[in-house]
Design a protein around this ligand. Structure first.
Ligand code: AHR
Length: 367
């Protein structure tokens, strides 16, 4: 069965969802009932009134978010919550997986029991989803992935995906470094890079790591080490400290998100090192991803972070479009990509080229 057939079949079934009662809402019927009770002192309201409170025909979406590890993640959650509102005809059940796949699997199973209309999954890592996605399919609930992807033997286990091209992001960052060093006259063998990776096995980590790794091989850059910072500021700082104890020639720190970059900069500065693009003067260059964390954007404007490749977390509107299309029995695009820019305060690189395509650099600087 294709996902459209699954949906249509599901839509045609007469089904009363076992929805959790809506919290924090006070309907007119409920209010009148309470008023009547207070005035007459009579016993409980009838079942009809009780049901009137929960009977509104909302589309119920169960959202399994992977965690709250970064500012990007918080913006992503807010973006989803801002569109799946009661005003738009939705009830959103949000579950935070705390960066654990087992928590996300439990959340999905709970959504299935609750007979939600759609499941939205932001998977923490790529593998290990087949069984639970099959369970959702057996229950005829379409699953829409956001942000990262799943690695499954049967890609029809999910209906659609909305997110970023993480490999392209990595290629853009590496292309910026290549172009910058070429213009600055820095020889390939003089680059000594460490990669503070994201959560190992997450699509964002896999794509960004691959983009840098390939560029290192192609350009003959020295990739000293790859080590996970789990996309968090605390871990970014911790691993940067350990890298500084191990190597004395690091001059480029490639961080797979802004929170790690903030942690790494903290460690570098605490060690008495200067961050910036002037490698000849001994500065250490930091390159990062996201562009949503305000502190990181301020660092970019000051030149402390040399380049940020944007990862756009505002996926709510595109996701809403996908679900609206499914509700109408239409077939949404299987993959919807977010628009993303490249930011820098350094004006030497105007654009970068990846696979024959040019991407402009947006300049941001301190006023
Ligand atoms: O999957 C997207 C990545 O996850 C973002 O770059 C990062 O900040 C987040 O934690």
């Amino acid at each position: 069965m294709t996902f459209t057939e699954v949906y249509t079949d599901r839509k045609n079934r007469s089904r009363q969802a076992k929805r959790p009662p809506r919290r924090g809402t006070f309907t007119a019927a409920g209010f009148l009932c309470a008023l009547l009770l207070a005035l007459t002192g009579l016993g409980g309201c009838g079942k009809e009134e009780e049901e009137a409170e929960t009977d509104t025909d909302y589309t119920v979406v169960g959202f399994s978010q992977l965690g709250a590890e970064s500012d990007w993640r918080s913006s992503n959650t807010e973006s989803i919550q801002s569109v799946f509102t009661e005003e738009n005809g939705y009830e959103l059940i949000y579950e935070n997986g705390q960066q654990k796949q087992s928590n996300q699997i439990t959340a999905i199973r709970t959504f299935i029991q609750q007979e939600v209309d759609y499941i939205v999954l932001a998977p923490v890592t790529e593998v290990g989803w087949d069984t639970v996605l099959q369970e959702a399919r057996d229950a005829r609930i379409p699953v829409i992935l956001i942000d990262r992807r799943v690695d499954t033997g049967d890609s029809t286990l999910y209906t659609a995906w909305v997110g970023s091209n993480f490999y392209l992001e990595g290629c853009k960052a590496a292309a910026w470094l290549q172009s910058f060093t070429e213009k600055a006259g820095i020889a390939a063998e003089d680059l000594h890079i460490v990669n503070i990776q994201g959560t190992i096995g997450a699509t964002a980590q896999i794509g960004r790591t691959r983009g840098l790794r390939e560029a290192c091989e192609r350009n003959g850059w020295d990739l000293l080490e790859e080590i996970s910072g789990d996309f968090t500021q605390t871990k970014g700082k911790e691993v940067m400290e350990s890298l500084l104890r191990k190597y004395d020639n690091i001059n480029v720190v490639y961080c797979e998100n802004d929170n790690e970059a903030l942690g790494a900069i903290e460690a570098l500065e605490a060690a008495g090192l200067a961050v910036g693009s002037d490698l000849a003067a001994g500065e250490i260059m930091v390159i990062s991803f996201d562009g949503i964390n305000q502190a990181a954007v301020e660092y970019l404007k000051k030149g402390k972070i040399s380049c940020i490749v944007e990862c756009n977390p505002l996926q709510g509107p595109k996701l809403l479009e996908v679900i609206e299309q499914l509700k109408k029995g239409e077939t949404p695009p299987r993959y919807s990509y977010m628009e993303e820019k490249i930011f820098s305060a350094n004006r030497s690189v105007l654009d970068v080229e990846v696979d024959g395509n040019k991407y402009p650099v947006t300049f941001m600087w301190e006023e």
